[in-house]
Write a protein that binds this ligand. Structure first.
Ligand code: SF4
Length: 774
């Protein structure tokens, strides 16, 4: 009964949204109308968030009982053209028929599969397996390609392994200097801001690189605001100064890296004055950043979507890694390079086979040994596995061409893909589209069949947070009648399309996870020593974890290099006056930067040294810190990769004279499919806006709140103006969470990074006008 369900004990689990995966407790309660609801509270004992939740997490239960959630399948009526309620058998039969028809008429690659970085590890694993052994298609990729693919590719290239943060987030608070590149933690994952606050309270310095003075940048000791798309040049300029000032850690470079000479030679061409011309960041501020970073005993560089979502994203992240390597940071305690992954399972979602070129365990699809191993676990012939397919945008662009039918799970590309109106047209041109989701998303509205699936609190599964910590999300309440789990959907579709394979698709998540463990064994992302029992007992285990008793192990990777790297696709002089710079002028406002803050002068107090954690000191389960002994490259050395600055794929010109950059606001999540349906979040962030500098606003004659039209070569978006001195006068910003007239991704450029195949969301050229003039 409802009363009995509501009397169930609280369940310890994790948030359904971002990659921080805050610990929360769900307590079943009886609502006013006699239904069972859930009360959410932060879990103080989970070390990452220590009880703190942002507004999204606090309101996460709303959608569980929302009237807008789907509780029965929908099938498009061919007569009326409308989506109509249908039974599960009818809906599953229709999906199987749609996929089978495309395959029969056009071949196996006519079926596409599109996944998401919010799917649990089990679902991502099962989806990749379904695509390859049931459909036999190579055409599978996922929206994580839009998220952090460039950092993954750069990490693989330099370290031989990609794990977002190769150290626990707690280390950020204990280091001495952090360079935060293109991340707005204060809006994207607010509970993580405390690590930066603690860093500063401990005497550490924070440098933020961002074209906007965001709420995160306001916390910085030094904020550099480069032109969008020029942070690669900024990193090269800083490395030039490191070399010129003799601040290279020569012993580290000699003993732990390769390729330095070639990189050094390239860097020396990037004179600070040249870098100032390219980036707009004055040389004294560049020097200040170098001084802060090199004076610090321990220091780290953290990147997020800013440097990654560029058509040169892999090289941009590579430039920041080179700076970290030259100063001897990666693989040392409280130091290094890390990527702040965004989506809830952005890390695990990129490890278990839903990527176009990947097998579970972060193995390469083209590696014969990996194919043999995974095919053995799946009980199929390795030669039957297809090869690599198209990357996410390329797959979406091919819809209606040689890809005729698509199964989509956990993604909403109508809002989140670049050049979104074109992607919407491609989706409409399909012979058949099936979408599995919890709500009728903007993409589901276009589908022939919509399958309603269970939500986070109604199912058990694992996710891997931005630290590489594998976590157990537990089922807290029963799902409503009429919905099924994604795993059940895949099993039922297999029963219809390849009955002899049905038993290979269990619907029990623990059974799927145990198979995933075997499939990942020996791979770069080795989960074989992680079990549900262990996750429940230890509240998270860091991979790699090849043995059930791995506690705070070192990662040595045994010189293997079998990981998928998307190859071919994924100062403070004021502190000591050392160089006699004038600190005041160093910290003066930049010519074309956002208005300078009243005080960003650093404290002259030296940080108090803290004990450095050893590999076993904090008793974390699995492998919390990577690379302490060696990197995961064949020779155990980190690789410098020479990179050079190049313009964005689209730079401002006479017709489109302004940069557009896009991003997030605190009350919405990704495409907004879930958060736009939560009243309190909608109240806090009701719609899109265009952030622009007062000088630009005056030039086009718009005042605060008036509608502005932003026009690119791909489309037009209209939203109210937010006039602020916190953005460069040559740049406008739009959040991308909304469809309709204010859809920011109608404007963005799908130019792809040649290595990661990540689109250039972060910079394109636009013109900005009063909407009334259109
Ligand atoms: Fe959820 Fe992320 Fe907010 Fe934490 S910061 S409550 S994980 S959305």
């Amino acid at each position: 009964s409802a009363a009995a369900t509501a009397a169930l004990p609280p369940t310890a689990t994790h948030c359904p949204y971002c990659a921080l995966q805050c610990g929360m407790r769900l307590t079943p309660v009886l609502t006013g109308d006699g239904e069972v609801g859930v009360e959410v509270t932060g879990r103080a004992e989970f070390p990452v968030n220590q009880g703190a939740l942002c507004g999204k997490g606090q309101s996460a239960a709303t959608l569980l009982s929302s009237r807008v959630r789907l509780t029965g399948p929908l099938v498009r009526d061919t007569t009326t053209g409308r989506l109509e309620p249908a039974g599960w058998e009818e809906a599953l039969d229709a999906v199987a028929t749609g996929l089978a028809r495309a395959r029969a008429a056009h071949g196996t690659d006519a079926c596409g599969v599109f996944g998401g970085g919010g799917l649990t590890n089990e679902k991502a694993y099962a989806l990749g397996k379904f695509a390859r052994i049931v459909l036999g298609t190579s055409q599978i990729d996922y929206n994580g390609r839009f998220c952090m693919g460039s950092a993954a590719a750069a990490g693989q290239r330099s370290f031989g392994l990609d794990r977002g943060l190769p150290f626990p987030l707690a280390d950020v608070a204990r280091t001495d200097c952090v360079i935060l590149v293109g991340s707005n933690l204060a809006e994207t994952m607010p509970p993580a801001l405390r690590y930066l606050t603690e860093l500063k309270a401990n005497g550490g310095k924070l440098i933020v690189i961002d074209p906007r003075r965001t709420r995160t940048a306001e916390q910085a000791d030094l904020h550099l605001a480069p032109r969008p798309g020029t942070d690669l040049a900024l990193a090269l300029g800083m490395l030039h100064l490191v070399v010129a000032q003799g601040r290279v850690d020569e012993a580290y470079v000699r003993e732990r890296t390769s390729g330095w000479e070639e990189t050094r030679a390239g860097v020396m061409a990037h004179w600070p004055e040249y870098v100032e011309r390219v980036t707009g960041v004055p040389v004294p501020r560049l020097r200040a950043a170098v001084d802060l970073f090199t004076d610090a005993e321990h220091a780290m560089v953290l990147t997020a979507r800013g440097p990654e979502q560029q058509s040169k994203g892999t090289d941009t992240v590579g430039a920041w890694i080179n700076l970290a390597l030259a100063t001897g940071r990666p693989g040392r305690p409280l130091s290094g390079y890390g990527c702040l992954t965004g989506q809830g399972n952005g890390q695990g979602g990129r490890e278990h086979g839903q990527k176009a070129d990947q097998l579970p365990g972060y193995r390469k699809l083209t590696d014969p040994a990996a194919r043999a191993h995974v095919a053995g676990v799946w009980g199929v012939d390795p030669d039957s596995l297809p090869g690599p397919g198209r990357s996410a945008y390329e797959l979406l662009d091919a819809l209606g061409g040689d890809v005729r039918a698509l199964l989509l799970m956990g993604s909403n590309p109508v809002v989140s893909a670049p050049r979104a109106a074109h992607v919407e047209d491609r989706l409409r041109s399909l012979d058949f589209l099936a979408v599995a989701d919890v709500v009728l998303s903007d993409t589901a509205e276009l589908a022939d069949v919509v399958l309603p699936v269970t939500q986070w609190a109604e199912e058990t599964g694992t996710v891997t947070n931005l630290e590489g910590r594998v976590l157990l999300r537990r089922r807290a309440i029963d799902p409503p009648q009429g919905v099924r789990s994604d795993l059940e959907v895949l099993r039922e579709l297999t029963a219809r399309l390849a009955p002899d394979l049905e038993k290979k698709f269990p619907a029990d998540p623990e059974e799927v996870f145990d198979e995933l463990r075997r499939a990942s064994a020996g791979g770069p992302a080795d989960y074989s020593g992680i079990s549900y029992g262990r996750l429940a007992a230890e509240d998270g285990v860091f991979w790699p974890c090849p043995a059930e008793n791995t506690v705070s192990g070192h990662n040595t990777q045994n010189g293997r290099n079998t990981q998928d790297g998307q190859d071919g696709q994924d100062g403070q002089d004021g502190q000591n006056g050392r160089r006699g710079e004038n600190t005041d002028s160093v910290l003066d406002g930049e010519d074309s930067a956002p208005d300078a803050p009243p005080t960003d002068e650093p404290s002259a107090d030296a940080p108090t040294p803290e004990p450095v954690p050893g590999p076993a000191e904090d008793g974390l389960a699995g492998t919390p810190r990577l690379f302490l002994d060696r990197f995961a490259t064949p020779d155990g050395r980190a690789r410098f990769v020479p990179v050079t600055h190049r313009p964005a794929a689209e730079e401002p010109d006479a017709a489109y004279p302004v940069h557009l950059t896009t991003g997030r606001v605190v009350a919405q999540y990704q495409s907004g499919a879930q958060t736009r349906r939560v009243d309190e979040l909608n109240k806090a962030a009701p719609g899109p806006f265009v952030e622009l500098h007062p000088r630009l606003a005056a030039r086009i004659g718009v005042a605060e709140g008036e509608d502005v039209a932003v026009v690119s070569r791909r489309g037009r978006a209209v939203a109210p103006a937010r006039v602020t001195g916190n953005i460069r006068p040559d740049t406008v910003f739009m959040p991308f969470h909304w469809p309709g007239a204010g859809r920011a991704n109608a404007l963005t450029n799908p130019a792809l990074d040649p290595t990661s195949r990540m689109p250039e969301f972060k910079v394109c050229a636009v013109r900005v006008e009063r909407a009334a003039e259109q």
